[in-house]
Design a protein around this ligand. Structure first.
Ligand code: PMT
Length: 398
C-alpha cells in the first residue's frame, strides 16, 4: 500500500459490537497508509476491546469519556473533531446510527459527531435483522440524506451464527473506500469500459500463447476511474488481481472473447481504455485433445489475426472517448504516435516494456493532439489517478 492517506488526521470512533476487534486492524492499516489516528470509544466498545489496544496501535491516548478532565478546557468533543480531516466510525452500531440520525448527543462520540465540521463516514455492523429493521433502514436513509457516507455493510456470516447483510466491511475494504472518498470526482456520472491483462490463445486444452501482462496497470485505472465517480466495467484476461471495490469485472480468456465482450458493451460508454496486451494472432484452431510428442517433427502452428478491439470501438458511429496503450521496447514516441493514427484514437499512453510489464511502478508518456505529457516513474495507482484527470480534461474539450 502506498501512503495514500499521508497528512490526513482521522478520528476513529469505535462503538459497541463484536466487529470492534476489526477496528484494531483498521488503526494499523490507516497508520500504514500515512494517516494519524485518534481513537474515541463508546462505553459499549470498551466491553469488547480495551482502550490499551488502540493506544498501543495508534500511539495516542484513547478517549472514552465526555467528562475526561485530561483535556485542558474539558471540551474533548470540540477539540478532537476540530483537528480531524474526517471522522470514521467503525464499527457503527444500530444505536449509534439511530442517535446520529436524530441528533442525540449523550456521550463523547455522539457529541463530537454533532459538533463536527468535517465529513463523517460510518461502517455499520450489526445482526442481519437489526440492519433490516425498518427503523434502522429509516435511520440509514436519514444519514445518507444528511450527507453522511455509509461504508457497507457487507453480506456474509455473522458472529450470531446467521448469514446476511449487516457485517462490517473488512478493514482493508474500509481503507479503500476511505481513500476513494477523498479523491476528486473528475468522472462523476461517466461510464468507463476498460480492458486489462493478457489474453490467452489456446493451442490445446492446457497450452496457449500469452504474455507477461499482470493486469496491474489496468486494474489501477479501473480503481482510479471508480474513485473519480465513474461507473466502471473491467474486462480482463487471466490475471490474479483483486477486483477494485465497486468495479464490475468480467473475466475472459482469448482475444475473440474479449472483443465480443467489449463490443456488446461499448455503445453508451463515455470512455473506453484499452490497457490489455491483446494477442495480435491466435492459433487457427485449438486442438481438442492434448498435443502429443510422437517422435516426428515438431508441429507447425498456423496463426490467424485477431480483431483489433480498440480500432473497432473507435470506428463506432458514436464512439466513446478512446484511449489506447502502447508498450514498446524502443522508439516509443514514433511507434506510439503511429498506433494512435492507425487506430484513429485521440489519446495513446506510451510505456516502455522494461518500465511497465508486471511491476508495481511504471513511467508513462501521453500522446494526444496537444502534444506529449510525460508522467515520471510512480506507483501504477498514482499514474492511473493522473491519467484519469487527463482523460477527464479531454472529455471536457469534446
Ligand atoms: O498489466 P501490467 O503488467 O501492469 O502491464 C501493463 C502494460 C504494459 C501491459 C500496459 O501498460 C500496456 O502498455 N498495454 C498495451 C500493450 C500493447 O503494447 O498493446 P499493443 O501495442 O498490442 O496494442 C495497442 C493498443 O491496442 C492497446 O491499447 C491494446 O489494448 C489495443 N489492442 C491491441 C490489439 C488488439 N487485437 N486489440 C486491441 O484492442
Amino acid at each position: 500500500m502506498t501512503m495514500e492517506l499521508q497528512g490526513k488526521h482521522i478520528v476513529l470512533g469505535v462503538t459497541g459490537g463484536i466487529a470492534a476487534y476489526k477496528a484494531a486492524e483498521l488503526v494499523r492499516l490507516l497508520g500504514k497508509a500515512g494517516a494519524t489516528v485518534q481513537v474515541v470509544m463508546t462505553e459499549g466498545a470498551t466491553h469488547f476491546v480495551t482502550p490499551v489496544t488502540f493506544q498501543a496501535l495508534s500511539g495516542r491516548t484513547v478517549y472514552t469519556d465526555q467528562w475526561d478532565g485530561r483535556i485542558g478546557n474539558n471540551m474533548a468533543h470540540i477539540d478532537l473533531s476540530r483537528e480531524a480531516d474526517l471522522i470514521l466510525v467503525a464499527p457503527a452500531s444500530a444505536d449509534f446510527l439511530a442517535k446520529v440520525a436524530h441528533g442525540l448527543a449523550d456521550d463523547l462520540l455522539t457529541t463530537m459527531v454533532l459538533a463536527r465540521d468535517c465529513p463523517l463516514l460510518a461502517a455499520p455492523a450489526m445482526n442481519r435483522q437489526m440492519w433490516e429493521n425498518p427503523a434502522t433502514q429509516r435511520n440509514a436513509a436519514t444519514l445518507r440524506s444528511d450527507n453522511i457516507t455509509l461504508l457497507g455493510p457487507g453480506c456474509g456470516d455473522q458472529a450470531c451464527g446467521e448469514t446476511g447483510d449487516g457485517r462490517m466491511l473488512e478493514a482493508a475494504e474500509i481503507v479503500e473506500d476511505l481513500v476513494a472518498f477523498l479523491q476528486p470526482k473528475a468522472l462523476a456520472g461517466k461510464k468507463v469500459l476498460i480492458t486489462a491483462g493478457p489474453t490467452f490463445e489456446a493451442l490445446d486444452p492446457v497450452r496457449g500463447i500469452t504474455n507477461l501482462s499482470s493486469g496491474k496497470m489496468g486494474f489501477a485505472l479501473a480503481r482510479a476511474a471508480r474513485e473519480a465517480g465513474a461507473e466502471v466495467t473491467l474486462v480482463c484476461g487471466p490475471v490474479s488481481q483483486p477486483t477494485p471495490r465497486g468495479v464490475s469485472r468480467i473475466n475472459v480468456t482469448g482475444a475473440l472473447e474479449m472483443h465480443n465482450t467489449v463490443m456488446e458493451r461499448a455503445a453508451g460508454q463515455d470512455v473506453f481504455i484499452g490497457v490489455a496486451a491483446v494477442a495480435d494472432y491466435r492459433p487457427k484452431a485449438a486442438a481438442e485433445h492434448k498435443i502429443k510428442k510422437d517422435g516426428s517433427a515438431p508441429p507447425a502452428i498456423e496463426l490467424v489475426q485477431n480483431p483489433d478491439i480498440l480500432a473497432d470501438v473507435a470506428a463506432l458511429s458514436q464512439p466513446p472517448l478512446c484511449v489506447g496503450f502502447a508498450a514498446e521496447s524502443r522508439n516509443l514516441a514514433e511507434y506510439a504516435e503511429k498506433k494512435r493514427r492507425a487506430k484513429k484514437i485521440p489519446l495513446i499512453v506510451g510505456n516502455l516494456i522494461q518500465d511497465g510489464f508486471g511491476g508495481e511502478e511504471n513511467k508513462l508518456t501521453l500522446f494526444d493532439d496537444n502534444g506529449q505529457t510525460p508522467l515520471p516513474v510512480r506507483p501504477k495507482m498514482d499514474l492511473a489517478r493522473a491519467l484519469v484527470v487527463h482523460i477527464a480534461g479531454l472529455l471536457d474539450q469534446r
